[in-house]
Design a protein. Structure first.
Lengths: 341, 282
């Protein structure tokens, strides 16, 4: 499987946010001196009528980082991505991409980006390879570059044997991979991925993760929204948890788990009728107790010890499970368990 | 940038600044290229429509109806044969009907059904350029279709004037004049509730029938003549007749036809541009 080589030919390490600030690059045709912060947002706000979709969020993303936006439906992730992508105007606040304001320099900003939207918008009437060629033309790229590049990307996306197929003959996973291949036609240094694996089966997700991880290794900055916690843990160096348009927490997956959860979680099931009433009898075990309709969660640093304590109190759960705390525990703690449509 | 060792030479995308500069200059043509590639997929139906429709109409009207009409009332049709009278009208009407297809369903497809506009929208192209690119591609289709149509008209001997080829440009202008306001309307539709079928039935067909297509407009009662006056088909048809057989009318009226068609096309473009920018910038 061929690698997509970065311009520098080496992987980039994320540069800490406090080391340097953004630099501008505006000269058309000039080889850009890559700014260390490729994205900076300050008090970024977007309202639609009375609805505030994004409510004054601030963050910076250094070059080469894989940065995630986590949040329930309607949290403002996609709206934020659209503003970063230079296709939606902010209501207030500041935003720069590669040192440029996307509202003042839309084409220049978008020329730096590769975008994988939440909904595929491939040209279904065109063949697979033609989708890449046509998209590359939007960047003014010549056919002498695009034809071999398209072949390279098809191989990268494991779609070489589908090159001459119509897009509507592809499976969901193939379409997603083609969308990712399309987003790489201009060799972007920043890739925006809005829920890239939603709706895919586990095999397709793992293939996509592998491809995204290769890009990350090559120094491409990944900006990712997802509500798959395992995806965020796999791919993100750092992430923000967003809810109701605001940042609820920020940090690496491990740091978030450390800060907002415990090392382990003990899951106990006493039957749906007893779960609600058993809480009082479990008092004092672990750091925190959460009673759900189907089970009781005990957040603790030592799950086995907690389970022994439960047994010592003469309680006999139907099932018990000790597991490591995950990002999902953090996510649900921060954004709540009520259903968001 | 990326290197492709297998190609035996260095493969590099030009820098983003070059992409942006090129897109700012040529973006509309880049999108037109995409639309033309899609049209190529149904190129045969475009070709058959372009040849089949005029051949069928001219044969039916020229050999059938015209035989009856010409033996009775030649003078009523500007002193030319009936087929020469209706040929420019059919040419213009064909462009308008094409506009009614190309500026409706593909626009809905772009914004709603398959959201194809949103792919290029994430590239350096602007919403105005996406709209303009689609218009450029459809204009080329108007030209190609009208050239074929005119060639068949000429084969039927229905364009006696040496300026007849100008009717190709007139038909193209009429197509834009009708199509661009329709494109703006299509870009404003959020839900498909059969609006385009209504446009065909209640706008395109009445315009086709009451725009002096098959008989001079002044033979209609005054009460319905206004349909022709506001119809791009009538203005285009009258202009086409001036081109194909030197139809006698006041030069002021000829100028009004041109100004009307240009003004409607420009008005449609302004609305389309605004609608695309508004809808894609949300």
């Amino acid at each position: 499987m061929p690698e997509l080589h970065s311009a520098e030919g080496t992987s980039k390490k994320p540069v800490p946010a406090n080391e340097t600030g953004p630099t501008n690059q505006t000269e058309p045709g000039a080889v850009p001196a890559a700014p260390r912060y490729v994205i900076t947002a300050e008090n970024l706000t977007k309202t639609y009528g009375d609805v505030t979709a994004v409510d004054g969020i601030s963050f910076s993303v250094p070059a080469g980082e894989s940065f995630g936006l986590l949040g329930p439906n309607g949290a403002g992730k996609s709206t934020t991505m659209k503003m970063i992508g230079g296709v939606s105007q902010r209501t207030s606040g500041n935003l720069t991409i590669m040192g440029l304001d996307p509202e003042q320099n839309g084409p220049e900003v978008r020329a730096h980006l590769g975008v994988v939207p939440q909904q595929d918008n491939l040209d279904e009437e065109l063949k697979v390879r033609d989708n890449l060629l046509v998209y590359g033309r939007y960047f003014g790229l010549p056919m002498s570059y695009l034809k071999p590049k398209a072949d390279e990307l098809l191989e990268f996306a494991q779609l070489t044997d589908k090159a001459k197929s119509k897009v509507d003959a592809l499976s969901g996973g193939m379409k997603r991979r083609l969308t990712i291949a399309r987003s790489l036609i201009n060799e972007p240094r920043i890739l925006l991925l809005d829920e890239p694996t939603t709706g895919l089966d586990p095999q397709a997700r793992h293939i996509l993760w592998d491809r995204l991880f290769r890009l990350k290794e090559q120094g491409v900055t990944l900006i990712l929204t997802t509500h798959y916690m395992d995806e965020a843990e796999q791919l993100c160096d750092r992430l923000i948890v967003v809810d109701k348009g605001r940042i609820m927490a920020e940090g690496s997956p491990a740091a978030l788990i450390r800060d907002y959860s415990t090392r382990e979680v003990l899951e106990l099931r006493f039957g749906s009728e007893r779960n609600a009433s058993i809480g009082a009898e479990l008092g004092g075990i672990g750091e925190r107790l959460e009673t759900l309709p189907d089970r009781v969660l005990i957040y603790t640093h030592d799950g086995e010890a907690a389970l022994e304590e439960v047994s010592a109190r003469g309680l006999r759960p139907l099932t018990s499970l000790v597991r490591r705390s995950s990002l999902e525990d953090v996510f649900l703690r921060l954004t709540g368990r009520s259903l968001v449509d | 940038m990326t290197e492709l060792p297998t190609a035996g030479r260095t493969l590099r995308a030009h820098p983003p600044g070059v992409s942006a500069a090129k897109a700012r200059r040529w973006g509309a043509f880049y999108y037109a290229e995409q639309v033309l590639r899609v049209m190529k997929g149904y190129g045969w139906s475009i070709f058959l429509y372009s040849v089949g429709q005029p051949a069928a109409y001219l044969f039916a009207m020229g050999v059938g109806l015209a035989t009856l009409v010409d033996t009775n009332t030649v003078s009523a049709f500007g002193g030319v044969s009936y087929i020469a009278f209706i040929a420019p009208a059919l040419l213009v009407s064909a462009a308008v009907m094409t506009a009614a297809n190309e500026f409706t369903f593909p626009v809905m497809d772009g914004f709603k059904w398959r959201r194809v506009y949103y792919g290029p929208h994430a590239s350096p192209l602007t919403p105005e350029q996406i709209a303009a690119g689609q218009i450029i591609a459809v204009t080329l289709r108007f030209l190609l279709q009208s050239v074929i149509y005119f060639a068949i008209v000429a084969m039927f001997g229905a364009s006696p004037s040496g300026w007849g080829w100008g009717s190709v440009l007139v038909a193209t202008l009429a197509g834009l004049s009708f199509g661009l306001p329709l494109m703006a309307y299509a870009a404003s539709i959020k839900e498909d509730k059969g609006q385009f079928a209504m446009v065909m039935r209640f706008i395109v067909m009445p315009l086709f029938l009451f725009s002096g297509t098959f008989f001079p407009l002044d033979t209609l009662p005054v009460l319905v003549r206004w349909i022709g006056w506001i119809s791009p088909i009538w203005h285009g048809t009258e202009l086409g007749r001036v081109m194909t057989f030197g139809y006698e009318e006041s030069p002021v009226l000829t100028i009004i036809h041109v100004v009307f068609l240009l003004a409607l096309a420009w008005f449609g473009w302004v609305l389309t541009k605004r609608q695309f920018v508004r809808r894609m910038g949300q």
